[in-house]
Design a protein around this ligand. Structure first.
Ligand code: ADP
Length: 589
């Protein structure tokens, strides 16, 4: 019983009350609505008696009682049906809505390490298909189970009233069908898991295909050539067929066993009748009602596939919900200022360490540049500051407080980030900027947009600040998206700014505008900039040179040039590349 309770709790997403109430009312509804049939059977029995037993009186009193019972049933049915209709209309949608919101919040709180393990298709499937399955099954499957229970119990009561021995004979084949149901459940469970995994993979492949459509077009890849999507569609087809095949034979065997029950009823009934202990009319009633008892059992077996699906989907939802967000030890107080300090920090995304024993001092209101070859660990350092991940060893402090003593939300409220890849949501421009600070007024949004040099282009859009942005910001140019993301950061006005050098791949006009926006953003802030072009950070207070996860050098531009190390090498290479580009341009002219 305890196990059933836990299971019920699980499949109702922790809200068993709603489904239990729905089941109860559907049970009552069906029970009450089945009463006229039972009354009819009894009435037919009473009416046939004088025909079969000559001389027996017509049971007028009994028939009148049945009429009264029908009238009472009609009144009760009205109230019960009304209530069960109201409850079924309310549906499980509200529970699922709340559960989806809770999942959204959980996903926001989870560390980025979680996203390294799960891909977008996987999570999309949880949020769309799994919740959908839970909702539809709680709305339809549960009431169906209640209906089956009502019909069976009603049939049992009526049959027992007629003859308990025959009722037992009717029931005798039911245990025989249980092993088939168990085998069916196991097989279906296995095949269903395969099918659901194939569906999930297919979603991932479709997302990948749509997301990468530009690249596919650019390289003239037709869908014929997009093998992984094709393979995934083929796998999905095969698994669907396997699922169908798995359910059919077991279901047929179970039906055969149950049908054999009718033979048992008939054989046993005839034997009792020949012995003179069963009236022929009673036998007729049993023969007519036995199938009524078996049909709900068959329907239940048909539902096994939905039950396994419901089980699987709730398991997947619970798996995500039981992931633990980054822990933090409260009580260390608030950061005093925005100085950042790394002490002997090592970190790896998985088993492979990518930062080795890093120590850094980033004073408040200073500009620090992180430079170094690609893959040297620059972005990883900024992710650790924002607490997207926690360091494997060593400590990171903000304003003297270890980040592990601050909630991820608190850390992020102190940090503004501007990435090269800007993501804009499918919403108005105003809402996209307001993401920087919820509750900011329209004037504040416009002020931030002006400082970020985007006010003019926004005003030139058809609906100004109310213009909808395509998903991922697809209707705006790279430079425009970048400036909107800077406006967001300006609105947030956090004391620490992490900047993945945003101007690296932009045209000169955009570069000037974005540089203006960045200048506005970084005033009186602790700024850490990932610099791809060393020329842009010559004036930084300190430049940290990273190589293969180690701090190789640190100092000002002139100190590092004088030191003749990696920085000087990178600088010389960039100077050479710059003059080569210049020569090419001149030659082209
Ligand atoms: P940089 O910013 O200097 O180019 P990164 O900090 O992005 O370097 O990467 C440092 C190392 O960590 C690289 O070897 C990279 O492949 C690895 N890395 C970066 N992000 C991830 C991730 N999400 N999962 C696993 N490895 C990663």
């Amino acid at each position: 019983m305890r196990r059933f309770k836990a299971w019920f709790q699980k499949i109702t997403l922790g809200h068993p009350g709603h489904s239990a109430k729905l089941c109860l009312w559907m049970f009552l509804d069906n029970y009450v609505s089945a009463i006229p049939y039972a009354i009819m059977v009894i009435a037919v029995f009473l009416l046939f008696r004088p025909i079969i037993i000559p001389g027996a009186p017509i049971p007028t009193t009994g028939l009148l009682i049945l009429c009264g019972a029908l009238a009472v049933q009609a009144v009760i049915y009205y109230f019960v049906a009304r209530k069960s209709y109201m409850i079924s209309c309310a549906g499980f949608a509200e529970v699922v809505r709340k559960a989806r919101m809770a999942m959204g919040e959980q996903l926001r709180r989870l560390p980025m390490g979680f996203y390294n393990r799960r891909d977008a298709g996987d999570l999309t499937t949880v949020l769309l298909r799994d919740y959908e399955t839970v909702e539809s099954n709680n709305d339809t499957l549960m009431p169906k189970v209640a209906v089956i229970a009502a019909r069976m119990s009603m049939a049992l009561i009526v049959l027992t009233v007629f003859d308990w021995r025959m009722t037992l004979a009717t029931l005798v084949v039911i245990p025989l069908s249980i092993p088939f149901a168990v085998v069916a459940y196991r097989r279906l469970n296995r095949k269903n898991t395969d099918l659901l995994n194939a569906q999930q993979d297919n979603t991932a492949r479709i997302l990948e295909y749509v997301g990468g459509i530009q690249t596919l077009k650019a390289f003239n890849q037709t869908d014929e050539m997009y093998r992984s999507l094709r393979a995934s569609c083929d796998a999905l087809r095969q698994r669907s067929i396997a699922m169908e095949k798995a359910s059919a034979p077991v279901g047929m065997l179970a039906r055969a066993v149950l049908n054999a029950g009718t033979a048992v009823v008939m054989g046993f009934g005839v034997w009792l009748m020949l012995n003179g202990s069963l009236a022929p009319l009673t036998l007729v009633v049993f023969l007519l009602l036995a199938l009524n008892l078996y049909n709900p059992i068959m329907s239940f077996m048909m539902m096994l596939v939905n039950i396994t699906r419901l089980n699987h989907c709730t398991d997947r939802i619970n798996e995500v919900m039981s992931e633990t967000p980054l822990p933090y030890a409260e009580g260390a107080g608030k950061p005093s200022g925005a100085a950042i300090c790394f002490k002997n920090v090592s970190f790896g995304y998985g088993n492979k360490e990518v930062l080795h024993n890093i120590s850094l001092d980033i004073p408040q209101h200073s500009l620090t540049a992180l430079v170094g070859p690609s893959g040297s660990g620059k972005s990883t350092i900024t992710r650790l500051i924002a607490r997207f991940w926690d360091a494997g060893s060593g400590s990171i402090t903000i304003g003297g407080v270890p980040v592990t003593c601050l909630s991820p939300d608190d850390v992020l409220s102190d940090v503004s980030m501007v990435f090269q890849d800007v993501y804009l949501f499918h919403d108005t421009i105003e809402a996209n900027i307001r993401m920087g600070r919820e509750g900011a007024t329209r004037e504040e949004v416009i002020q931030a947009a002006k400082l970020a040099a985007c006010h003019d282009f926004i005003n030139a859009l058809p609906n100004g600040y109310d213009t909808m942005v395509g998903e991922g910001g697809s209707t705006l140019s790279g430079g425009e998206k970048q400036r909107i993301s800077i406006a967001r950061a300006l609105l947030k006005n956090a004391p620490i700014v992490l900047l993945d050098e945003a101007t690296a791949s932009l045209d000169p006009e955009n570069e000037v505008l974005i540089q203006q926006a960045i200048d506005a953003l970084v005033q009186n802030k602790t700024v850490i900039v990932i610099a791809h072009r060393l020329r842009s950070v010559q004036n930084a207070d300190q430049i940290i040179v990273l190589n293969e996860g180690h701090v190789q050098q640190a100092g000002t531009h002139s100190e590092l040039l004088a030191a003749d190390g990696l920085y000087k090498k990178l600088w010389d290479e960039q100077q050479k590349a710059g003059s080569w580009r210049l020569r090419q341009t001149v030659a082209n002219i």
